[in-house]
Ligand binder design. Structure first.
Ligand code: PMP
Length: 390
C-alpha cells in the first residue's frame, strides 16, 4: 500500500462538493432534488462577459499568459478596487489566480509551518482550517457566535495573538453564516495589530458586493498602516456568476508577492487565458447584472429567513451579506450531520451541516439561497414535513 505524506493526510475538504455529487447522482436516478447546498449563483454569466470570452478564443488568445495574469487585467483589478473601496492598489501587487481559492492556499503555505499559529474563523470556510493543517501550522479558531451576529470580538482576537501567531484569516461577508463585520470592529482590530507588526492578515472579501439593508463593505485595503502585511482575496465567482470559469485574485504585499507568484508558476503556470479577457469586461463593462442578482438574493433572503423561522424547533437570524442562511436547529434534537443526511436522502433537499465549517457549527445547517424562490419555499417545506414526522 502506498501512503502520501502526513501533511497530505491532514488535508480536509469542502463537504459542499460531496453533497453536490450525491445530489446530482440522486437526481440522475430520477429523484426530485432541491439544491440548497453548493454556494454558487443560479444565474447565467452576463452576456457581455460571455461574448468577451468567446471573442478572446476566436482571436486566438489560447496561449500561456504571464503567471500573475495579463497586465490589462491586473490594471483593471486595481481600477476596480479604487472605484469600489477608494483604495490605491499597484497593479503589480495583484496576482490573478484560477479561482480565488489558491490565494488562501498560498497564504497558508507562505506563512504556515510547524510551531506557528494561524487564526481563522470558526464556523468558517472549511478550506482555511484544511490548508492551515496542511502547512503544519496550528489552527487557532476565532470563535463566532450567533448571539454576536457571527462576527468577531476584536478584544478576544487580540488576546489570542502571541509570539507564534503569523497569520490571521478573516472573512466578511462570511460563508457560512452571512455575518458582516462593522467598521468599528475592524478599526479596533487594526489598532491592536500595531502591537504585532509581524502578523499578516488575510482578508477574504469574495462576497464584498453581496450586502443587504444598506450595509457597507469595510475593506482592509483602507488601512495603509497594514498594507505591508495584508493579503486581500476577491474574485469573479460570486459577483458575476462565474464559479466555473475559475478566476480570482489576491492583492499581496511586496514582501510576499514574488513567492506567491512562484507558487503560481510551480503549480498551474497561469490562469486560463480567455477567462482573463472575459474578466476585464466583467470589471470595466456595465454593472447592472450585479445589481439585479443582488436584489434577487435579497428577496430570497427575506423568504428563506421567514420560512425557516416558521419551522418548529428552527430559528434563523438575518444574514447581512453573502447568500447563506445559517439556521439554529439545536431544538430539533437532531445533530447537524444527521439532519443534513436525512434531508438529502429522505426529503431530497441538499444543505450542508454546520459542522462542515468547524466544530462550532454544531447545531446549525447552511442553506445556500442562490436558488429560485420556488425551490427555497419547497425545500424548507420538505424540511418542515420531515421534522414533523420524526
Ligand atoms: N472564499 C469564500 C469564503 C468562499 O465561500 C469561496 C467559494 N465558495 C471562495 C473563497 C473561493 O472562491 P472561488 O470559487 O473563486 O475559488
Amino acid at each position: 500500500m502506498v501512503r502520501p505524506t502526513s501533511a497530505a493526510e491532514n488535508l480536509g475538504t469542502e463537504t459542499a462538493f460531496e453533497v453536490l455529487a450525491r445530489a446530482n447522482k440522486l437526481a440522475a436516478e430520477g429523484r426530485s432534488i432541491i439544491n440548497l447546498g453548493i454556494g454558487q449563483p443560479d444565474f447565467s454569466t452576463p452576456d457581455n462577459i460571455v461574448s468577451a470570452g468567446e471573442r478572446a478564443l476566436a482571436e486566438g488568445r489560447h496561449g500561456y499568459t504571464p503567471g500573475a495574469g495579463i497586465p490589462e487585467l491586473r490594471e483593471a483589478v486595481a481600477r476596480d478596487l479604487e472605484r469600489r473601496h477608494g483604495a490605491s492598489v499597484d497593479a503589480g501587487s495583484v496576482l490573478v489566480t484560477p479561482g480565488a481559492k489558491p490565494v488562501m492556499f498560498f497564504a497558508a503555505l507562505l506563512m504556515g509551518e510547524p510551531g506557528v499559529e494561524i487564526m481563522y474563523p470558526n464556523p468558517g470556510f472549511p478550506i482555511y482550517e484544511s490548508v492551515i493543517r496542511f502547512s503544519g501550522a496550528t489552527p487557532v479558531p476565532i470563535e463566532l457566535h450567533e448571539a454576536s451576529g457571527f462576527t468577531f470580538d476584536p478584544d478576544q482576537v487580540l488576546s489570542q495573538i502571541n509570539e507564534r501567531t503569523r497569520l490571521i484569516i478573516l472573512n466578511s461577508p462570511a460563508n457560512p453564516t452571512g455575518g458582516v463585520y462593522t467598521r468599528d470592529q475592524v478599526e479596533r482590530l487594526v489598532a491592536g495589530l500595531e502591537q504585532w507588526p509581524n502578523v499578516v492578515v488575510l482578508s477574504d472579501e469574495i462576497y464584498s458586493r453581496i450586502l443587504y439593508d444598506g450595509r457597507e463593505h469595510v475593506s482592509w485595503l483602507n488601512y495603509p498602516q497594514l498594507r505591508d502585511r495584508l493579503i486581500v482575496l476577491d474574485g469573479w465567482s460570486k459577483t458575476y456568476a462565474m464559479t466555473g470559469w475559475r478566476l480570482g485574485y489576491g492583492v499581496f504585499p511586496p514582501d510576499l508577492f514574488p513567492y506567491a507568484e512562484r507558487l503560481a508558476i510551480n503549480s498551474y503556470s497561469c490562469p486560463n487565458a480567455a477567462t482573463q479577457y472575459a474578466a476585464i469586461e466583467a470589471l470595466d463593462g456595465p454593472q447592472e447584472a450585479v445589481d439585479i442578482m443582488t436584489t434577487a438574493f435579497d428577496e430570497r433572503r427575506v423568504a428563506i429567513v421567514r420560512e425557516l423561522n416558521d419551522v418548529p424547533g428552527v430559528s434563523c437570524v438575518n444574514p447581512g451579506g453573502a447568500f447563506y442562511a445559517f439556521p439554529n436547529i439545536s431544538e430539533t434534537g437532531i445533530d447537524a450531520r444527521t439532519l443534513q443526511h436525512r434531508l438529502l436522502e429522505e426529503a431530497g433537499v441538499a444543505v450542508i451541516a454546520g459542522t462542515s465549517f468547524g466544530h462550532l457549527g454544531e447545531g446549525y445547517l447552511r442553506f445556500s439561497y442562490a436558488a429560485s424562490l420556488e425551490e427555497i419555499i419547497e425545500g424548507v417545506d420538505r424540511m418542515r414535513t420531515l421534522l414533523a414526522n420524526s
